[in-house]
Structure formats: structure tokens, C-alpha cells
Write a protein that binds this ligand. Structure first.
Ligand code: DGL
Length: 289
């Protein structure tokens, strides 16, 4: 019996369907990481967990946040069997990553502000960091800046207002462009700025708006680097490489993924509409208590 190229390709996919990745955030920001993962590989099964009952994380006391994130993830990992965990939240990663790695017996990828990339990209040696107050104030972030941009001029702005605005937008509300513009204006007194780091996973969800407001800046986030890291830990070639290895793979049916939310009362209709744009099925509730 002969085997076609397409059969061989489907076979290699079906044997690797166990690549289950749990992506965790306080809200829907982590979907910006899911988008990168989906465009990097068709071999991943994504499970999304939003701790929207405790949203937003960026204003919480660090100790309280470490406790909350650890409890939620310990509980979730008893229910959801996954191969790898992505903390798709800069606030939780900069504060709780060390503790999570100590506590949870699973490979963990954290998402932290792309300071190193921005330092390399900025020709003027002056860049901004837009993140949550928690991320901006965390010793981890300040250390990243000292390590990777010691001679750069770095201006940090923490805004929970913007995180709330984007979360509301993903739940059906119109985006208030004037609000976004006024937050970006906070960097305007900083003449030499040519690069802005989006240090919160919610922010890349409105990247087109940012680019329209300041088209001449470099906009930097961690999404693509995180996707590369996840694929390398799971030993999966990136889609571009996989395609190159197979002459003409059959078009893949878009895989549907699942998402869980810790808050019971949510506007499912608007939320499900947004989830669908990233290939997710309607929301499930995960009871943490
Ligand atoms: N997406 C989260 C982050 O990357 C938002 C944090 C929050 O809930 O304030 O920081």
C-alpha cells in the first residue's frame, strides 16, 4: 500500500496531538500569546485559563498575588492535564514566577517585558515601557532594565485603566481611542523615544490602534519569542519550517481550543464572540473554591 505525502503529514500531526499548552492570565490578555502560538504551529492544543474573578492583577499587593496565582494554578492543574504552562501575564510572571517554579511540577514559560529587544532596537537609546503598576514597580522588571539597558533612558508608565479598558473591549465594549491616546501622551515629554515595550499581554490585542497613534515608533512585545520558546521546549518545528519539510501539505482544518474562567457570572455572548476570533470554543467555568 502506498502512502501519499498528505497522509504522512496528517499522521505526523495526529501522533503529536498531545502537545497541550495551558495559557494563563488574569483576563483575556493572554489571547495575544495564543495568537502567536497558533500562527507558529498547528500542532498545539491550547487550553486557556482566565482568573477573571480576581481581575485585575496589576493593582494587587505582591504577596497576595503570589498566593492567588499559586492557588488557582494548583487547582487548575488537578483538573486540566497539560504538558506545559505559559504564565501569559507580565504582572504574575514578574512577581510569582520563582514561587510557581518551586511549587508546580511542570515546565513553565513566563512572559516578561521585552526590555532586551527594545534596548537593541532603539537607535536613540531611549524607550518606554507601558505595563501595569505591578509590573513597572516589580524588582524583577527594574533588574531587567538595569541588566539589559544600563545606558539607555527608560521611561515606565503603569496603567491599570488601560488594562480594564481592553478587557471591557474584549467583552463587547467599544474601545475608547481618546483614553488610549491620552495614556500614550504620557511618553511625549520624552523627546528621544523611538521604541515602546508593551509589557502587558492585553496591550498587543490593540496593536493596530497603537501603531495608528504613533506610526514612527517601534512597538515591541514578547509574543513571538514566547511561541518560539514553547515550541522548542516541546520539540516541535515552527510552522514555516514544518511546511518547508513537506512539499505541499493539505490545508489544515482550524483547530478549536477550550477556555475556562474563574468568574461564574460573565456576559457569555460577547465573550464567546471574542473567543471565536482566536479559534476558541464557548467559555467554560472553572470553580476555584
Ligand atoms: N495581562 C496582564 C499582564 O500581562 C494584565 C494584568 C492585570 O490583570 O492587571 O500584566
Amino acid at each position: 500500500m502506498t502512502e501519499s505525502f498528505d497522509d504522512a503529514f496528517s499522521e505526523s500531526l495526529s501522533t503529536s496531538l498531545a502537545n497541550r499548552v495551558l495559557i494563563f492570565d488574569s483576563g483575556l490578555g493572554g489571547l495575544s500569546i495564543c495568537r502567536e502560538l497558533i500562527s507558529a504551529s498547528a500542532e498545539l492544543e491550547l487550553l486557556y485559563l482566565s482568573d477573571n474573578e480576581a481581575f485585575p492583577y496589576g493593582e494587587k499587593d505582591p504577596e497576595q498575588l503570589v498566593r492567588r496565582v499559586t492557588t488557582v494554578l494548583e487547582h487548575a492543574l488537578k483538573t486540566l492535564a497539560v504538558d506545559i504552562l505559559v504564565i501569559a501575564c507580565n504582572t504574575a510572571s514578574t512577581v510569582a514566577l520563582a514561587k510557581l517554579r518551586e511549587t508546580l511540577k511542570i515546565p513553565i514559560v513566563g512572559v516578561v517585558p521585552a526590555i532586551k529587544t527594545a534596548a537593541k532596537l532603539s537607535k536613540s537609546k531611549a524607550f518606554g515601557l507601558l505595563a501595569t503598576p505591578g509590573t513597572v514597580n516589580s524588582p524583577y522588571t527594574q533588574k531587567l532594565i538595569r541588566q539589559h539597558a544600563p545606558t539607555h533612558d527608560v521611561r515606565c508608565i503603569g496603567s491599570s485603566e488601560l488594562v480594564r479598558e481592553i478587557e471591557a473591549h474584549t467583552n463587547g465594549a467599544d474601545l475608547n481611542i481618546e483614553l488610549v491616546a491620552s495614556i500614550i501622551e504620557g511618553f511625549d515629554s520624552f523627546d528621544a523615544i523611538d521604541t515602546l515595550v508593551l509589557g502587558c499581554t492585553h496591550f498587543p490585542l490593540i496593536i493596530n490602534t497603537f501603531k495608528q497613534l504613533r506610526p514612527h515608533w517601534n512597538w515591541v512585545d514578547s509574543g513571538a519569542a514566547i511561541a518560539t520558546r514553547v515550541l522548542s521546549l516541546l520539540d516541535i518545528p515552527a510552522l514555516a519550517e514544518a511546511k518547508a519539510a513537506v512539499a505541499a501539505p493539505a490545508p489544515l482544518a482550524a483547530r478549536k481550543h477550550n477556555a475556562w474562567f474563574t468568574q461564574r457570572n460573565i456576559d457569555h455572548e460577547a465573550l464567546n464572540r471574542y473567543l471565536q476570533t482566536v479559534n476558541f470554543l464557548p467559555a467554560h467555568h472553572l470553580n476555584i473554591s
